[in-house]
Design a protein around this ligand. Structure first.
Ligand SMILES: [Fe+2]
Ligand SMILES: [Fe+2]
Length: 219
């Protein structure tokens, strides 16, 4: 084969590999968006049975990352929502998703990581960030979408979450993966607790928000 044929063949193989990677990434993001859209349409707290089953085989880090993508999709849905009623409905789903996600991390993932990692600063910061997110959620839930600053507060919430997710995925998760923790077993535990809390509609969310901030969440 002539050198130019060689180069052309390599370019073609690399394009094919890239197309496969794009297709995989697209399918993950499409499934997260589809799951987000499905829940918003029905207003149900329950994830479809198939989705729960698909998530059962994930290790702890994969499970939490997929939950992050689901929240990304919900924030996108909020930005695209036209009227206040839809925005409030999507915001309720964001609040529930974030509250349940924070709770399973605080109950299962963070304590296990704390026991294994000598560096505790990341986990301390993560806890402080969770607390800030919860306070902001409570503030938003005490407001109506027509009130001034409602959209601005949701935008700031999105930025807080983006920063927090970036630190978890780029710093905390890689450190945890290097420990001897059984992440597959932990993934099962996270999935089971997540399903239980979602079934309860993010139980404790409104009570916690009210207790922490003195605000009355609006339904
Ligand atoms: Fe977190
Ligand atoms: Fe997280």
């Amino acid at each position: 084969m002539a050198p130019s044929d060689d180069a052309s063949s390599q370019r073609s193989q690399s394009r094919t590999a890239q197309a496969r990677a794009d297709s995989r990434a697209g399918s993950v993001s499409r499934s997260a968006a589809k799951a987000a859209a499905g829940g918003a349409r029905t207003g149900s707290a329950k994830a479809p049975a198939g989705r729960q089953a698909a998530r059962r085989g994930q290790d702890a880090v994969q499970f939490l990352k997929q939950d992050h993508r689901l929240v990304d999709a919900l924030f996108k849905q909020f930005e695209e929502a036209g009227d206040g009623r839809t925005r409030a409905s999507v915001m309720r789903r964001i609040a529930q998703a974030l509250t349940v996600h924070a709770r399973i991390e605080e109950e299962i993932f963070y304590p296990a990581a704390r026991a294994e990692l000598s560096e505790q600063d990341l986990l301390d910061e993560a806890q402080v960030e969770h607390d800030s997110v919860k306070r902001l959620i409570a503030e938003i839930e005490s407001m109506r979408p027509s009130e001034p600053l409602y959209n601005a507060k949701v935008t700031v919430l999105k930025e807080y979450v983006k920063h927090h997710v970036k630190e978890e995925e780029r710093e905390l998760f890689p450190q945890v993966k290097k420990t001897g923790l059984d992440l597959v077993a932990m993934g099962e535990e996270l999935a089971a607790r997540h399903a239980q809390l979602m079934k309860q509609g993010g139980a404790g969310r409104r009570r916690t928000a009210t207790a922490e901030t003195g605000m009355q969440a609006r339904t």
